[in-house]
Design a binder for this molecule. Structure first.
Ligand code: NAP
Length: 247
C-alpha cells in the first residue's frame, strides 16, 4: 500500500501504544514519519529499524516542558521541511477522586495533554500556514465526552482538546489547514493493561461491540483524517469506541 507516498507526518508519543500503531500504518502506507518519545528511546530506535521506507526518525519531546517541545519541533522542521500533518497523540493519566486530587496531579495532566498539545500545534502552525496545507489530528478520549469518576483531570484535558480543535479549525480553515479529533474508547495499550478484571467486565458491558479496541483501530481513523480523501472534514471529533458513546 503506497497511498501516502511523498507525504510526511509528525506523531507525538509514537514509541508505544496507539502512537506506535499510527507510525506503523503511516510508514506502511508510504509516508515519511517522525515521532516523539518521552523516556523510551530504545523502543523508539527499535521501531524505526522495523519500519518500511526511508528517512523516519525519533526525537525526545516532553509535553510538560515547553523548551523540549520547541527543540523537537525545530529539529523536525529542519529535517523534514513542510509536513503534511501532525498527530497530537501523547498523553497521560494521573487518576484519583477529586476530593483527594493533588494540584500536581491536576497540573501534570493538564500541562501534558492540553498545554503540551497546544504548544506542539503552535510550533508547527507557521509552517502549515506558509505551505497552505496541513491536517492536524488530536487524540482525545471517550472520557472527554462522558466523564469518568476518578478522572476529572483527564476528562477535563480531553474535553478541552475537543474545544481547542473546533476553535483552531475555525481559525485556520481559510488557510487550507484542517483540525480534527479522534476520541478512542477503551483500547488495549499500556494505559489500560492494569485495569482490574471487575472494571474490565463493567467496561465491556458498556460496549455494544463487546470487546476492547486495538491500537490499529485508532490508527486507521487517524490515517483517514490525515489524507486528502477527508479534505472536507474539519472541526470534528470521530468516536472510535465500539459504540460505547454515541454522539
Ligand atoms: P501509552 O501506551 O501510555 O503511550 C503513551 C505515549 O506517550 C508513549 O509514546 C509515551 O512515551 C508518550 N508520553 C507519555 N508521557 C509523555 C510526556 N509527559 N511527554 C511526552 N510524551 C509522553 O498511551 P496510549 O494508550 O497509546 O494513549 C495514546 C493517546 O490516546 C493518549 O493521548 C491517551 O490519552 C489516548 N487514549 C487512550 C485510550 C486507551 O484506551 N489506551 C483511550 C482513549 C484515549 P514513552 O514511551 O517514552 O513513555
Amino acid at each position: 500500500m503506497s497511498d501516502l507516498n511523498g507525504f510526511s507526518y509528525f506523531v507525538t508519543g509514537g514509541s508505544r501504544g496507539i502512537g506506535k500503531a499510527i507510525v506503523q500504518l503511516l510508514a506502511k502506507s508510504g509516508a515519511r514519519v517522525a515521532f516523539s518519545y518521552a523516556q523510551s528511546e530504545a523502543s523508539a530506535q527499535d521501531l524505526i529499524k522495523s519500519l518500511p521506507g526511508e528517512g523516519h526518525f525519533a526525537v525526545q519531546l516532553k509535553l510538560e516542558d515547553p523548551e523540549s517541545i520547541s527543540q523537537a519541533v525545530e529539529l523536525v522542521i529542519k529535517q523534514m521541511g513542510d509536513l503534511d500533518g501532525l498527530v497530537n497523540n501523547a498523553g497521560l493519566t494521573r487518576d484519583g477522586l477529586l476530593m483527594r486530587m493533588k494540584i500536581q496531579d491536576w497540573d501534570d495532566v493538564m500541562n501534558a495533554n492540553l498545554r503540551g498539545s497546544f504548544l506542539v500545534t503552535q510550533g508547527f502552525l507557521r509552517s502549515f500556514v506558509k505551505a497552505r496545507k496541513g491536517s492536524i489530528v488530536n487524540i482525545a478520549s471517550v472520557i472527554g465526552r462522558t466523564g469518568n469518576a476518578g478522572q476529572a483531570n483527564y476528562s477535563a484535558s480531553k474535553a478541552g482538546l475537543i474545544g481547542f480543535t473546533k476553535s483552531l479549525a475555525k481559525e485556520v480553515g481559510s488557510r487550507g489547514i484542517r483540525v480534527n479529533c479522534v476520541a478512542p474508547g477503551f483500547i488495549k495499550t499500556d494505559m489500560t493493561k492494569d485495569l482490574n478484571p471487575e472494571i474490565q467486565a463493567s467496561i465491556l458491558n458498556q460496549i455494544p461491540l463487546g470487546y476492547l479496541g486495538e491500537a490499529d483501530d485508532i490508527a486507521q481513523t487517524v490515517k483517514f483524517l490525515l489524507q486528502p480523501g477527508s479534505r472536507y472534514i474539519t472541526g470534528q471529533t470521530l468516536d472510535v469506541n465500539g459504540g460505547m458513546y454515541m454522539n
